[in-house]
Write a protein that binds this ligand. Structure first.
Ligand code: F0G
Length: 482
């Protein structure tokens, strides 16, 4: 997005790309949407694409690719071992992060699997600003546990703190003094903290955490999946980095970390992932696991075409006009919703607009999954698919009780460069209508509850058939409109 001043005085984000290939989408009548969400067990993950108008579930693997990415895919060097494609990608990543070693993996969680397998021992603790679902699942699977030390304000819905994803340095020092050093698996910084509203981490915080880890001999792991949004916020919210070259910022991040991993479904706008390190020892140990779990060392479970697209996409994700697209659309949607009284996480973060389902559905208890209910209601009202990020995304405790999430959020994600401003306005309009009729939304209860990562394929039903009331009210207010 470009920062262009309008003669009219309006503040309109201006896209710095043109759309040269499109996909037709359809908006089905609300009665058909009601049937589709019923069939999906009120879980938006189980909806079929053909029933969705705007897919705001995630940006993962569905960002728009550039013409240069597509062009590069045609030149891919396909071979089981020693492909030139791998060496091209390796070089881009080494330069980007200023790190020596790169290991390919098929996506972000595969990297988490390998890192957890190497560093987590039964009874050990991984300290981090905040967990991500798959990160925690891998740590727990290896017998470890997670301690979250995000700043207190990071867990508040409304704030004007520019870097709400920062780790609390005092909490970090306290934990290090309380836990035996050999029981600390690693310290992890997640760029653009996913589950609490895509909130960024400051350079200052990364520098401080790195200094402490180096002094204490602790391994510092950086999850760079949401780096591109985080880079935008470093450039626009931290005066030290005003107009900084994002390549320099990224290289500095590389010098602060021991291990960096990423989902290339997000960073690099392709599909895949990888791990970087400058430590020979960690590299040699992780390397052994790549052929076992991922694929040979020069493809790691990825298609060479995706690796070529990734190499270009990574370089493009250091262009300020490219990385600003999602954060600016998130800001537009958040501001529009706030002006109409709809509660959202502030300041607007990366990844998507995060609606506070706890306030939105204040008549529901957390055990009735307000964020899941809101996601289902939003699909009904608009054909827009968002994602629940709340108690449903947590795992039950061993005694069967719920782990109540810190935040109950409906995430409306922005795949990069996919939607237009008029579509953003449609989302705001339908969500506002839903807010005006929020008392119609009821709770959800499980019909089929998987034991691990239940949010992916669990099936639920509405408590009290509230979906029918939404359909009736929609027809009364919108007449024949879709
Ligand atoms: N770390 C973060 C911060 C993520 O956001 C994700 C994925 C992963 C790791 C795992 O990567 O999907 O390639 O295995 N986030 C997606 C999302 C799924 O929709 O937020 P993956």
């Amino acid at each position: 997005m470009a920062n262009v001043k309008f003669f009219s005085g309006e503040n309109i984000p201006l896209e710095m790309h043109k759309v040269r290939m499109v996909q037709r989408v359809f908006l089905k009548p609300i009665e058909e949407r009601a049937a589709a969400i019923e069939e999906a067990g009120y879980n938006t993950f189980l909806l079929r694409n053909k029933d969705i108008f705007l897919d705001m579930l995630t940006d993962s693997g569905v960002n728009a690719m550039s013409e240069n990415q597509y062009a590069a895919m045609l030149q891919a060097d396909d071979s089981y071992a020693g492909s030139e494609t791998f060496y091209r990608l390796e070089k881009v990543l080494q330069d980007m992060f200023n790190m020596e070693h790169f290991l390919p993996a098929h996506q972000g969680r595969a990297c988490e699997h390998i890192i957890a397998r190497l560093l987590v021992k039964p009874g050990s603790t991984a300290i981090m600003n905040y967990h991500f679902t798959t990160t925690k699942a891998h740590i727990v699977m290896m017998g470890g546990k997670v301690e979250e030390i995000i700043t207190d304000e990071g867990l508040q819905i409304s704030s004007d703190l520019p870097f709400k994803g920062d780790l609390d340095i005092n909490k970090l020092k306290k934990l290090i003094s309380e836990i035996d050093k050999d029981k600390i698996a690693f310290v992890r910084i997640e760029a653009g903290t996913n589950l609490v509203g895509g909130q960024p981490v400051s350079m200052q915080n990364m520098r401080e955490v790195s200094k402490i880890c180096r002094a204490e001999g602790l391994t510092l792991v950086y999850d760079a999946s949401l780096l591109s949004d985080n880079l935008h916020f470093i450039r626009t919210r931290d005066p030290e980095f005003k107009d900084a070259d994002l390549r320099d910022v990224t290289r500095e991040i590389g010098t602060l970390m021991d291990v960096i991993y990423f989902s290339a479904r997000k960073l690099g706008a392709a599909r895949g992932g990888g791990i970087l390190t400058s430590s020979n020892e960690l590299f040699m140990k992780m390397r052994e696991m790549i052929p076992l779990y991922e694929g040979f060392l020069t493809y790691g479970g990825m298609s060479v075409r995706e690796m070529e697209a990734m190499a270009i996409g990574l370089q493009e994700s250091l262009d300020p006009d490219v990385v600003s697209q999602t954060p600016i659309f998130v800001e537009v949607l958040c501001k529009e919703l706030l002006s109409r009284g709809v509660p959202v996480v502030t300041p607007p973060g990366g990844l998507g607009c995060h609606v506070d389902a706890r306030q939105f559905c204040s008549h529901l208890s957390q055990e009735e999954y307000p964020a899941g209910a809101l996601a289902a209601a939003m699909y009904l009202a608009s054909g827009v698919r968002g994602m629940e990020r709340g108690t449903l995304s947590e795992q039950r405790n061993p005694d069967g009780s719920e782990t109540l999430a810190h935040m109950e959020l409906l995430r409306l994600a922005f795949p990069k460069r996919v939607f237009t401003l008029s579509q953003v306005k449609y989302v705001a309009d339908r969500l506002t209508w839903l807010y005006e009729n929020r008392e119609l939304i009821g709770g959800l209860t499980f019909e089929e509850e998987p034991r691990v990562l239940r949010f992916f394929f669990g099936r639920l039903r509405t408590i009290g058939n509230w979906q029918e009331k939404i359909v009736q009210k929609f027809r009364a207010d919108f007449g024949e409109s879709l």
